[in-house]
Design a binder for this molecule. Structure first.
Ligand code: SF4
Length: 281
């Protein structure tokens, strides 16, 4: 495991237009959450965000679309964005997160300069049916297998606090481990009043134990990333995630919720004497 902290920034290049019914997701059109919704973020805005991310120490820049999976139009858009970002910020490692994808689609992204693909299993196979009825968990697993087959870096993780049991958590972590991911993003459910799920009831100690458990159960992953819900879940105990095995965080805003100012995270790392990763394998 890399001891330096990998910082990643996410950019929702398309937002809030998904027709799927994942119960934790405010980007679904079904729940009418009060969020920004647009088909394509203007390229100038994306470039601006990429430069800010790079200048703040981010190494990863993730191009996220809110849809079930890639189609021809989305693929063309993501590839165009990837090429434009590389021209201005070649130091950034480009990640795409665009839902289900075939090996062929992934190879197109790869040839456009996208190095890694993020597709989360979200939760255990058996609990997934309670969370989403419009597509099966097996499609998620298959996309992750496709990422490996396409020779891209696999980023896959999940979300805690959806009402899953401890057994579901173990099951999800075992499934993740079986995919041999390079990076495992773990999220903590951030409740939105438009969503029918109950708010996340995990305590900070339980959440820290889950970070540790993820590290323990997926020992070959280079990175355990604490992603969405970090500020809300850990509050003023955020720095403890690093003592429990995390070595990566998302900086800046999340997809539909605000993160804290990037400089606060950099200050936190400095106060802990943690070095920010400048290169990635
Ligand atoms: S498929 Fe993705 S974007 Fe669509 S509702 Fe589910 S989690 Fe949200």
């Amino acid at each position: 495991m890399d001891e330096k902290i990998f910082l990643c920034s996410i950019c929702n290049i398309n937002s809030g237009t998904c027709k799927e019914d994942c119960k934790f997701c405010s980007q679904s059109v079904r729940y009418k959450a009060d969020i920004d919704r647009y088909k394509q973020k203007p390229i100038e805005e994306i470039i601006k965000e990429a430069i800010t991310a790079r200048d703040s120490g981010a190494l990863g820049f993730c191009l996220v679309t809110a849809d079930k999976g890639l189609n021809e139009k989305t693929l063309e858009f993501v590839c165009g964005v990837a090429k434009a970002v590389q021209e201005v910020a070649p130091e950034l490692r480009l990640i795409a997160c665009n839902g289900t994808a075939t090996i062929e689609q992934l190879l197109v992204l790869k040839s456009a300069g996208v190095k890694a693909y993020n597709h989360n299993l979200e939760t255990s196979e058996s609990f997934y049916k309670e969370i989403c009825t419009t597509h099966p968990w097996s499609e998620r697993y298959e996309t992750c297998q496709n990422v490996n087959a396409a020779g891209m870096v696999l980023i896959t993780g999940g979300i805690f606090g959806l009402g899953e049991t401890p057994e579901d958590r173990i099951s999800m972590l075992k499934s993740l481990e079986s995919l041999n991911p390079t990076s495992v993003p773990i999220n903590f459910y951030h409740h939105n009043e438009a969503l029918e799920l109950e708010p996340n009831s995990l305590t900070v100690n339980e959440a820290l134990a889950l970070v540790k458990l993820t590290r323990k159960m997926i020992p070959n992953a280079q990175r355990i990333m604490v992603a969405g819900g970090r500020e809300l879940m850990f509050g003023d105990r955020q720095s403890e995630i690093f003592l429990h095995g995390a070595n990566s965080i998302v900086i800046g805003n999340y997809l539909t919720t605000s993160g804290r100012a990037m400089n606060k995270d950099l200050d936190m790392l400095q106060s802990l004497n943690l070095e920010v990763a400048k290169t990635v394998k």
